[in-house]
Ligand binder design. Structure first.
Ligand code: ATP
Length: 263
């Protein structure tokens, strides 16, 4: 194994999980380098969200292991993984919809409180400051007193990101964080990611929009049928015709395609 892989803040080896007869994740080994955005790309059902769930402890792995800064996390509960500095967002956002924007962000700081922040009044103050900074950075400060349920779609996406920012984690797992964002919001989102990688955060992003992937990612891991089948530089992966065929659902073997053409 390369030194870079060993040094990565988050690393997994041979993670696997099936549901009944379906092998959703079939032995994934992956490292997330500090200060880089890794896009997890692949067709629907490739196992991307399941992989996140295995890393964060939301699902138990059948096989394999994962480490945060060299510490084994396999078998830990989600809150224990969070307290090691892994922050995660969900496709369905999972906000506390009837709480205020500020309280949503504060709740995220509390989950990560033990190892990262001092306790008592000083800890509370620091968490409040982190929450306010996250609200500022995501453009939500003016909406801090609004209920999450009353936010527009893009604002909810930024609230989800503000929760991640406030947790002061150095590993971010983001499940389709940019989907449905208008171009201006996407630019703001890209700036926030760049600022985070500039601080050394390791980011893994599940993303279906390949323009967003090209714009945001430093590297791609291409997942298909539960396996990483290609990994590396976005330009070469996005130009690979075989991967494009898998991504867009055209899995015809040449013989089959010929047979169909002549039928
Ligand atoms: N809890 C579950 N029970 C049964 N099957 C599941 C469960 N979670 C995921 N699966 C199945 O595992 C496979 C991988 O799902 P997963 O959601 O990880 O894929 P994905 O790559 O994230 O897909 P998408 O891009 O559509 O979100 C799919 O066939 C899915 O139906």
């Amino acid at each position: 194994m390369s030194a870079a892989r060993e040094d990565a803040p988050l690393r997994c080896e041979g993670l696997a999980r099936s549901f009944g007869g379906l092998q959703a994740v079939a032995g994934v080994s992956l490292a997330l380098p500090a200060g880089q955005v890794t896009a997890l790309v692949g067709p629907n059902g490739a196992g991307k969200t399941t992989l996140f769930n295995l890393i964060t402890g939301n699902l138990r792995a059948d096989a394999g292991a994962a480490w945060v800064r060299g510490r084994p996390i396999t078998g830990l509960k989600p809150w224990q993984v969070a307290r090691l500095g892994v922050a995660r967002s969900f496709q369905d956002l999972r906000l506390f919809t009837h709480m205020t924007v500020r309280d949503n962000v504060l709740a995220a700081t509390e989950r990560s409180a033990w190892f990262w922040q001092p306790g008592g009044a000083a800890g509370r103050k620091r968490r409040q400051a982190a929450a306010e900074a996250a609200l500022e950075a995501t453009g939500l400060a003016a909406l801090a007193g609004a209920r999450a349920i009353d936010l527009a779609y893009a604002e909810r996406k930024f609230l989800s990101l503000a929760r991640i920012l406030a947790a002061e984690a150095d590993i971010w797992l983001l499940d389709e964080p940019a989907s449905g964002l208008d171009p201006a919001s996407r630019t703001r989102f890209a700036e926030l990611l760049r600022a985070a990688t500039g601080r050394g955060v390791a980011i893994c992003l599940i993303e279906h929009n390949l323009d967003v992937v090209a714009e945001l990612s430093d590297r791609i891991a291409f997942l298909d049928q539960g396996r990483v089948i290609a990994e590396g530089d976005p330009r070469s992966i996005l130009r690979d015709p075989a991967l494009a065929a898998i991504y867009f659902g055209d899995r015809h073997e040449p013989a089959t395609a010929a047979a169909e053409t002549t039928a």
